[in-house]
Design a binder for this molecule. Structure first.
Ligand SMILES: [Zn+2]
Length: 194
């Protein structure tokens, strides 16, 4: 019998283990790879990955829609596709260290040379890893329902998120308001008019 591995189907954490591409931090999106647009939300204390309008056709109306997105138009093309041969090139002279935490010589997202590159054809495979949507769907549905039903602890619309919107300078109507300051100003105005 002869067998060939065509691709893997896995969840997002396993993606990192099987491909060697870190799915955490600045470059967590394997599709955007080195062109990942990430931003740290300092109030929510997590990374967020935006700017996926780059994958839309150049004349798509959403690309010029500032209000619904990050306040800017999007004119950039999609980031280049990461080929297996590129990964292998980037990992030349790379020593896999197992069992202990690898000392990071660079800040790159490649953590190891995937064992699958031992297969002679693997670097030429166009699609090496697939995401099994089951877990992703569940998490997204939880977040959407939690936000729509305003379930405390589940909703993504909380004060910290609104401070992050303020930092980004978008969605002004959702920015948190300093009610004490407003009350103070109103009483000052009242006093002045009396
Ligand atoms: Zn991406």
């Amino acid at each position: 019998m002869r067998a060939a591995l065509m691709w893997t189907i896995n969840d997002f954490p396993a993606y990192a283990m099987l491909s060697g591409w870190s799915t955490k931090g600045k470059f967590a999106c394997p599709c955007c790879n080195y062109g990942t647009n990430s931003r740290y939300l300092k109030h929510s204390r997590k990374m967020c990955y935006m700017d996926h309008r780059v994958f839309l056709p150049m004349d798509h109306p959403w690309r010029s829609n500032k209000r619904s997105f990050n306040g800017k138009t999007e004119l950039r093309p999609p980031p280049p596709f990461l080929k297996g041969t590129d990964v292998l090139n980037n990992l030349q002279d790379f020593e896999n260290v197992f069992g202990k935490k690898r000392k990071r010589s660079n800040d790159g997202p490649l953590e190891k040379r995937s064992i699958f590159f031992e297969l002679p054809y693997w670097q030429h495979n166009l699609l090496r890893h697939n995401l099994d949507v089951m877990h992703i769907e569940k998490n997204i549905v939880d977040s959407i329902l939690g936000t729509l039903l305003d379930i405390s602890g589940k909703t993504k619309d909380h004060a910290k998120a609104r401070y992050d919107l303020k930092d980004m300078g978008i969605r002004k109507n959702l920015h948190p308001k300093d009610t004490e300051k407003i009350v103070r100003e109103q009483s000052l105005q009242k006093r002045a008019s009396q």
